[in-house]
Design a protein. Structure first.
Length: 222
């Protein structure tokens, strides 16, 4: 695990077994939840994303995880967007296989980042998150697999349902898995399910097709 800094934003990079400098790899950009905030980036190393995916015998991704020290991802959103651009252009990144994963606060961040920069990612996995479901028209070309616990009382499952329905009603390709008898921790079973990562690997970035806002009418939407 390597700890680096981008314009004051600390981040971790985990390389796959057999990593060779100069080669390009599929990359997962991971956004953690509120419980991992703080001044000690070592807490991020113990996040379930890293702990659970370490259990997979073969994990071919480079994993990149910025650390939100305080507030939310929305408080550093412009810097986060610049970070995405930097990672997309990194020498180790397969530009057509950059994936976005986030849980809880990071699930909200993942939805918003995807809506803001849809052409940067090959696929998105938002877990127990939510967002501006009326603004999902930018996501119609982006493969999305969302996850949520049925009994989540921190972020209600309805939040993911609204987002997925918003994408699909506009002709998108979003799917949602609801875990029965599961509260807020929908991320551990998701990270344990290697089918999720096989699905990610099967997705490649699509060409831009003029995605845009569908509410840019002042008279209707103020």
């Amino acid at each position: 695990m390597e700890c680096l800094n981008f314009e004051g934003l600390q981040y971790l990079v985990r390389y796959p077994a057999g990593y060779e400098k100069g080669n390009r790899y599929p990359v997962i950009l991971f956004l953690h939840g509120a419980g991992t905030r703080g001044n000690d980036i070592g807490v991020l190393e113990q996040n379930a994303f890293f702990v659970v995916t370490d259990e997979h015998a073969e994990f071919p991704f480079i994993s990149v995880a910025p650390h939100c020290a305080s507030g939310t991802w929305f408080d550093c959103f412009e810097r986060l967007q610049a970070f995405v651009r930097m990672i997309a252009d990194a020498a180790f990144t397969d530009r057509d296989r950059l994936y976005l994963v986030g849980n809880s606060m990071g699930g909200y961040g993942a939805w918003q980042l995807a809506m803001s920069m849809p052409t940067y990612f090959a696929a998105v996995v938002p877990i127990c998150g939510g967002g501006m479901y009326w603004n999902t028209g930018t996501l119609t070309e982006l493969p999305i697999w969302a996850f949520h616990g049925e009994d989540d009382h921190v972020v209600f499952a309805e939040e993911s349902k609204k987002m997925v329905n918003g994408v699909n009603q506009k002709g998108g390709h979003a799917r949602l898995t609801i875990y029965p008898d599961t509260k807020h921790n929908a991320w551990t079973p998701t990270y344990r399910n290697y089918e999720v990562f096989r699905w990610l690997l099967s997705q490649h970035r699509r060409a831009a097709t003029g995605q845009g806002e569908d509410f840019a009418d002042e008279k209707r939407f103020g």
